[in-house]
Design a binder for this molecule. Structure first.
Ligand code: ASP
Ligand code: MG
Length: 498
């Protein structure tokens, strides 16, 4: 069996749900199970309704509620025709009635607890999954709606509950396996679950991917497909660099690194249950049925390119902390780190010497209180409007010359580097530049490391590897380095920009 998850934009309208039905029909022989998000923006609207009601603005809250209800009924009408939509209404109405009652109650007690919030947000996925299941049914797909709260069991950490896999496995096998063996297509809402006592929970915002991974792991799926509105993960942001292309295969660690440094497609931590069970995950485009997207696995095969992707994270500040003259350097770093700890500072890149330290963090998280406290033990300066450029790829491990090539490229782009970091895990090379230099830097790097023509690469790789072998001298060449033909791309593709 396979799990197919469709995000909010993939089910945002009748037209979008129509596309989803076609995509699912194209996989019907593989026993699909379908997980859907709430229709786009609905979860945000539920949050807003809750906030309004809890602050006593019942009318404004109920107005939002009515327009959300209308959107669902209009979508159902467009998908099902008025007669069939009328027969779905008795399944939707009780949910709307419950939601309306809840909002009225909230306006009376004026307190929205985490537990209440999970209950409130659960309506988005309940409603979308009911409509999608019915839309499938009248399009000849043998759909069966499944209440996620009866399969996915979590702890009681409301608003970001953690799955209890043993119970989840038991319950979902019992509920879902019989449906699959009858060739039914189970359709369920993502994001929502329940404790073993049946109290509704959610897996945290954006949690439908997580649901797909949990249910896929519980049922030993052959693969998990995450359908979204972009062509998988890209080698870089296509708005910065139109030559960006889809990454065909990527390892879980690389994908995690990319997400951390700014890629927005999905948070790979949510895929962990699937990765642990060695189930491949695909990120696919629901606007393109032929999409092959990106495959994420525990160990992705090596690619032709040295790196998998380049990301840029803007809105970063550099903080320089230099021990004041005359102050004992002994203990300097300890005091700096203790101060940072007191302010729960989470840093991206750090550079340290005996008497100074520079670190970067997101400007919006940088607090004046931290700077002034650091100012008591050191001279502190701060530069805003910086960006971290990060090149990710497991293949760089143990290959000489790659960092040199990165920095030569940046030099050729006439961009000044402020800080550099390459960790011992050698999964990425990151450096800090001015925000305004990002487009130039990323375009040069992309041209250097992701050449578009396959023929050019392989031809030049041969010449390049011979040249590199000569340049690298004899002594250092371990078998790994010698066989690392991909590193030759570093040399060869220099031609592309000069
Ligand atoms: N509907 C939920 C949200 O907007 C979950 C999801 O879409 O993944 O956060
Ligand atoms: Mg999402």
């Amino acid at each position: 069996m396979i799990v197919m998850k469709f995000g909010g934009t993939s089910v945002e309208s009748a037209e979008a749900i129509e596309r989803v039905a076609k995509i699912v029909a194209s996989r019907r022989d593989e026993s699909p199970l379908v997980v859907v998000s709430a229709m786009a923006k609905v979860t945000d609207q539920l949050v807003a309704m809750g906030q309004l009601a809890a602050s006593g603005e019942a009318d404004a809250s109920l107005q939002l509620f009515r327009s959300m209800r209308e959107r669902h009924f209009l979508t159902a009408n467009a998908l099902l025709g008025s007669k069939r939509a009328a027969s779905l209404a008795p399944k939707l109405d009780p949910h709307f009635a419950e939601l309306e009652n809840f909002l009225r109650g909230l306006a009376a007690v004026r307190e929205l607890t985490p537990r209440g919030s999970d209950y409130l947000l659960s309506f988005g996925e309940l409603l979308s999954s009911l409509i999608v299941a019915d839309a499938f049914a009248i399009r000849g797909l043998n759909a069966a709606w499944v209440d996620s709260r009866s399969c996915l069991v979590t702890d009681a950490t409301h608003t970001r509950a953690l799955p209890q896999m043993t119970e989840t496995r038991e319950k979902s096998k019992k509920k879902i396996a019989p449906l699959l063996s009858k060739k039914k297509i189970p359709v369920m809402g993502g994001f929502i679950a329940a404790t073993s006592a049946g109290v509704p929970t959610t897996l945290g915002r954006g949690g439908s991917d997580y649901s797909a991974a949990i249910i896929g792991a519980a049922l030993d799926a052959d693969r998990i497909e995450i359908w979204t509105d972009v062509e998988g993960m890209m080698t870089t942001d296509p708005r910065l660099c139109p030559e960006a292309k889809t990454i065909k295969q990527i390892s879980f660690n690389e994908a995690a690194e990319l997400a951390y440094f700014g890629a927005k497609v999905l948070h790979p931590a949510t895929l962990l249950p699937a990765i642990h069970k060695n189930i491949p995950v695909y990120v696919l485009n629901s606007r393109n049925l032929k999409s092959t997207g990106t495959e994420i696995t525990a160990h992705a095969p090596r690619s032709r390119d040295v790196f998998r992707a380049i990301t840029a994270k803007t809105g970063v500040s550099i903080v320089n902390v230099v021990a004041s003259r005359g102050i004992m350097v002994h203990g300097f770093l300890r005091s700096v780190f203790e101060t940072m700890d007191r302010h729960s500072t989470s840093v991206d890149i750090v550079a340290i010497s005996e008497v100074s330290m520079s670190f970067t963090m997101e400007s919006k998280r940088l607090r004046k209180a931290l700077l002034s406290e650091l100012g008591e033990i050191a001279d502190v300066t701060c530069d805003d409007k910086q960006a971290i450029v990060c090149l990710v790829g497991e293949d760089i491990h143990g290959k000489p010359g790659i960092a040199a090539s990165v920095f030569n490229t940046i030099a050729a782009a006439e961009v000044n580097i402020r800080m550099i970091s390459q960790g011992a895990s050698e999964l990425n090379i990151s450096f800090v530049i001015q925000e305004s230099d990002v487009p130039k830097a990323v375009q040069h790097l992309h041209a250097q490391f992701f050449s578009s023509s396959e023929n050019t690469i392989s031809r030049q790789t041969k010449n390049g590897s011979a040249k590199r072998a000569r340049e690298n001298g004899r002594g250092s060449s371990t078998p790994r380095v010698r066989s690392a033909s991909a590193s030759a791309v570093v040399v060869s593709s220099a031609d592309l920009i000069s």
